[in-house]
Design a protein around this ligand. Structure first.
Ligand SMILES: Cc1ncc(C[n+]2csc(CCOP(=O)(O)OP(=O)(O)O)c2C)c(N)n1
Ligand SMILES: [Mg+2]
Length: 189
């Protein structure tokens, strides 16, 4: 049986109160609940605050480039069919620069589990609008507010016939673990 200690990575550099802590905790709890050992999978990420996720989990990891989380995940899936691949990406990474990769990863359905930390902002680069930023939201880069409509990832997932898609709130850890559990279970069977 794995323990929390087995999953302990570096101390997170995220700001106090960041929602990423909720995701990290829920993820580790879900893995323990499902009795999955850290060596049984790999975590892939891009660049961003979300992209730091694999630094904070002790397991196999690959930290790639911004927007290229899914191509790396795809490469690993193709080269080692036995190794389950989980990808962690920010909304900017996954819906912005890596949007094209998202489309084709869902379409190809090669069994990658993707977790998007949707904080509706480019966090690491100090707060520019992302595709999921709300219309009208003012940032330093968008002083007159965001002009474009928000991208709707769940609608896109449904339209692309994604086999499992769910959305949760990192602050509601109890329900969030249930969602993670269902997603991981869907993945590991
Ligand atoms: C190829 C490339 N493009 C752009 C950047 C600059 N960059 C780094 S992180 C980032 C945005 C991060 O936003 P998000 O993916 O939402 O992650 P968050 O920090 O909000 O978790 C950008 C634009 C980069 N490092 N590499
Ligand atoms: Mg973000």
């Amino acid at each position: 049986m794995p323990t929390l200690q087995d999953y302990r990575g570096q101390p997170p550099a995220w700001c106090p109160g960041c929602g990423n802590f909720g995701i990290l905790k829920a993820f580790k709890d879900a893995m323990l609940e499902l009795n999955i050992e850290p060596h049984q999978f790999i975590i892939v990420s891009g660049i961003g605050q979300a992209g730091e996720f694999p630094h904070y989990v002790r397991c196999n990891t690959f930290n790639g480039l911004h927007g290229r989380t899914l191509p790396v995940a795809t490469g690993i899936r193709l080269s080692n069919h036995e190794l389950p691949v989980m990808a962690f990406a920010g909304d900017g990474d996954c819906y912005g620069e890596g949007g094209n990769h998202l489309l084709h990863a869902v379409r190809r359905n090669i069994n990658v589990k993707l977790f998007v930390h949707d904080n509706q902002i480019y966090g690491l680069t100090k707060g520019q609008a992302s595709p999921t930023s709300m219309e009208g939201m003012k940032t330093k880069n968008q002083p007159f507010g965001v002009f474009s409509e928000q991208f709707n990832p769940m609608a896109a997932a449904v339209a692309l016939d994604c086999s499992f898609a769910a959305r949760g709130f990192a602050g509601d850890t109890k329900n969030f673990i249930k969602i993670l559990d269902s997603g991981l279970f869907h993945f590991f069977i």
